[in-house]
Design a protein around this ligand. Structure first.
Ligand SMILES: [Fe+2]
Length: 354
């Protein structure tokens, strides 16, 4: 008897589940405008939704956009996967129910960032009677759904996780603890103006703050880089969803030894660098460029220092390319691009820096 070879990899449990949600799944790693994705009625959530899937979404983390019409609300839901939400537009509130069934609510607006604690029941409300509210969510639902292959267990499990959320008042007050560049909190009122901390490792006057929300394993960070500068190229595992908060520019992406592709962005764009693909962000505008990254915790670290390999120079075996090691074309093209926009590149002053 001869074994039959499968002609294709069977879809994961997540892929089967997401295809059954009745909304579009937009594939790709560059969405020019998140406000223009095709939204369809989403029966499970209420409102209108659309998945955005990168090449590894069906087994790592995924993303969706969900719109709440003016004056309306979504269904109450809970789930055994983590969830981070960035408010793309509008304003509203969310009610969560603690282990004792007591509700508490908090308000959000465009620019807010928060996480729903694991398996807590919650419901979103649009508090405007005139404008829609649009939420961008990044989750690790693919991992949970693939593990159990039983959506009823993921979306209707009665277990509470009191160590993540006891129901205590003030959970979403926005209070937090800053350690170095790490801000541990559960709610950020507006990441667009959140004060950042110097981050020299990524180069060229950049600043950054990492966010750990609701004790999630998933992480977020905000980075900003000045006019006339670009960041160092690096690579890491898949699933970093980079939302452009302000500024204009472009990103270059390439796999080692393969051609470089350019993607232009502006406020409201989304870039999701594919796994193990070098990516490099360039500010070509007249104002600082700021972005929010929603991602997995970077798993690959240098055992000697504990630093992410994506922050260590390729000269030392890491995954970040120092300015001095990059293709000279990169800086020349950037200088020309800046000149076209009436901007002076500052990269000469950073070229020799580590
Ligand atoms: Fe990155």
């Amino acid at each position: 008897m001869t074994a039959q070879r499968r002609s294709a990899t069977p879809p994961t449990a997540y892929a089967r589940w997401s295809r059954g949600q009745g909304i579009d799944i937009v594939p790709g790693f560059h969405i020019p405008d998140l406000r223009a994705v095709p939204l369809k009625p989403w029966a499970r959530m209420g409102g209108y939704g659309c998945f955005i899937n990168h090449e590894e979404s069906d087994r790592s983390n995924d993303c969706y956009v969900c719109l709440i019409p003016p004056g309306e609300h979504l269904h109450p839901v809970r789930h055994l996967h983590e969830l981070m939400i960035y408010v793309l537009s509008g304003r509203g509130s969310t009610t969560v129910w603690g282990p004792d069934g007591r509700p508490q609510s908090f308000e959000w607006q465009r620019g807010s960032l928060f996480a729903i604690p694991l398996n807590v029941r919650y419901q979103h409300f649009n508090s405007s009677g005139e404008a829609p509210a649009t939420l961008l969510a990044v989750t690790n639902a693919p991992v949970a759904i693939n593990l159990f292959d039983e959506p009823g267990f993921i979306f209707d499990c009665p277990y509470d996780f009191p160590s993540r959320f006891s129901g205590a008042d003030g959970y979403f007050s926005g209070e937090g603890t800053l350690t170095g560049r790490l801000w541990e909190t559960n709610f950020v009122p507006d990441v667009r103006d959140f004060p950042l901390v110097e981050y020299r490792e990524r180069g060229a006057g950049g600043t950054n703050v990492q966010f750990k929300l609701a004790r999630n394993t998933m992480m977020a960070h905000v980075s900003e880089f000045p006019v006339g500068t670009y960041k160092k190229a690096h690579r890491h595992s898949p699933g970093a969803h980079v939302v452009i908060l302000s500024g204009t520019g472009y990103s270059l992406m390439w796999k080692e030894g393969e051609p470089i592709t350019r993607y232009d962005w502006s406020e409201g764009s989304l870039v999701i660098p594919p796994g193990e693909t070098f990516h490099q962000h360039f500010n070509t505008g007249a104002s600082p460029a700021r972005y929010l990254a929603l991602r997995h915790l970077n798993a690959r670290r240098d055992p000697a220092t504990g630093l992410p390999m994506s922050s260590i120079s390729t000269r030392l075996g890491g995954d970040q390319i120092d300015y001095a090691d990059e293709d000279p074309m990169v800086r020349r093209t950037y200088r020309d691009e800046c000149a076209t926009n009436g901007i002076t590149s500052r990269m000469e002053e950073f070229h020799g820096t580590p």
